[in-house]
Design a protein around this ligand. Structure first.
Ligand code: HAM
Length: 414
């Protein structure tokens, strides 16, 4: 990642921190690698992430006890955050809204918007049910926060796709129905789907093979198998979203590619991104803490693909990229005076690029133009004596003499 684009990343992260603060989220930083078992148990053995995409190695280890431990570069943040929640008993500290920003790793086929090291902005609401963590109000609040964030970043045209994948109890009947429906057709499907049909039929919905799509279109949908509680929860989420004015579309094919989801599942897509059009995805994972050996702790969260978010921002990004306000050009022997002046101007929060007294005036002008500076400020012996400096606007060519004390104000256009 190179400048000037890195300024966009900083703009995104600063906006995220601001918006998340208003919803009372606090930052957590989890390790870049953890035990392989955490992800296998958390994300699910049969998912593409665990079965094909993880960067896993056996640790050499100094101590006998470390030898042969299997470690993995984190492919996502949720499992690590829930591990930390359990390990540090975060419920005792009343910490139930957490976010994390950082790199994730998946061995996928690279293409536009899909990388092997990519960045996620991940947020989770997790806690004992007594903290309200299983309420549909949390789902709606999280989705409304995302709508607010995207609007604030100037990303129009996002589309919220919403589904419920039910509880694990709802899915017993659904999986049964899927197996039955797949039985007569699975042999003509791709090798992955043939395997999924036996081990974890829900994962068939992750299939991207075009020839399999007509078959998948005909399969039963989870929405037909939702129990009363799941249905009520799903309806309540929709009701609040409608009340707060967040638009959504129901997509009953959306099951998300990770096994921990229960009930609400969602993605935000953006048209300009092409094939990899999901800017972010998330959902509920009410049983994950228990699956990882912790206490019951319903939770819901999401991860934004920061690379994709920045891509969808590029068109509107002009204003974020700050060029130097002024290029300070010292004449021969004036490096010290120029440095003093630059120091004063930077204290006024101006972006200052400093030249060198070995440059001829022509070279200073070229350097200032190349840097994109708005003004050039000439620092010569006479100027220093007079305590007033020649300030030239590089786009209008207007040149004025300005007293030292008035420089910052003039540069700022006051
Ligand atoms: P995910 O859908 O696997 O969910 O990833 C979330 C987002 O990360 C995707 O929508 C996409 O924008 C971005 N992403 C994923 N893979 C890549 C890649 N190879 N290159 C670029 N961007 C990518 C999760 O990871 C869940 N942990 C989200 C979550 C949090 N659910 C509950 N809490």
């Amino acid at each position: 990642m190179l400048p000037p684009e890195t300024a966009l990343w900083n703009f995104v992260e600063a906006s995220v921190r601001d918006v998340f603060r208003a919803y009372n989220f606090q930052e957590i930083r989890t390790p870049i690698f953890e035990s392989t078992e955490l992800f296998a148990r958390g994300v699910g053995e049969e998912t593409d992430i665990v079965s094909k995409e993880m960067y896993t190695w056996e640790d050499r280890g100094r101590a006998e006890s470390d030898k042969g431990q299997s470690l993995t570069l984190r492919p996502e943040a949720t499992a690590g955050i829930v591990r930390a929640y359990i390990e540090h008993k975060l419920w005792d500290r009343g910490l139930n809204k957490l976010y994390c920003i950082g790199p994730m790793f998946r061995r996928e086929r690279p293409q536009k918007g899909r990388y092997r090291q990519f960045y996620q902005i991940d947020a989770e609401v997790i806690g004992p049910a007594s903290s309200g963590s299983d309420s549909p109000a949390r789902d709606a609040e999280l989705l409304e926060m995302l709508a607010t964030l995207l609007d604030r970043l100037g990303i129009a045209d996002w589309n919220l796709e919403l589904n419920s994948v039910g509880t694990s109890a709802d899915r017993v009947a659904f999986n049964e129905a899927l197996r039955k429906a797949l039985e007569p057709v699975k042999d003509v499907m791709c090798a992955d789907c043939q395997r999924r049909a036996l081990t974890n039929p829900l994962r068939v919905f992750d299939c991207k093979v075009p020839e399999d799509q007509p078959i998948i279109e005909m399969l039963p949908r989870i929405t037909q198998f939702l129990g009363d509680d799941s249905r009520k929860h799903f309806d309540a989420v929709q009701e609040i979203l409608t009340k707060v004015g967040v638009e959504f579309h129901i997509n009953d094919r959306l099951v998300r590619g990770l096994d921990y989801y229960t009930r609400t599942a969602f993605e935000f897509t953006h048209g300009a991104l092409g094939a990899q059009n999901a800017i972010l995805g998330g959902g509920r994972y009410d049983g994950l803490s228990e699956a990882l050996g912790g206490p019951p702790a319903p939770g819901i969260g999401f991860a934004i693909g920061e690379d994709r978010l920045v891509m969808s921002l590029k068109e509107t990004a002009e204003g974020v990229l700050r060029k130097p306000d002024v290029y300070v050009a010292p004449m021969a022997g004036m490096n010290g005076e120029a440095a003093r002046l630059a120091r004063e101007l930077r204290r006024h929060d101006l972006v200052v690029e400093l030249g060198d007294d070995s440059f001829r005036l022509k070279k200073s002008f070229e350097a200032a133009t190349k840097a994109g500076a708005e003004y050039i400020l000439i620092v010569g012996e006479n100027e220093v004596k007079a305590d007033a400096f020649a300030l030239k606007n590089l786009s209008t060519s207007e040149q004025v003499q300005v007293a030292r004390g008035d420089l910052a104000g003039k540069i700022r256009g006051q």
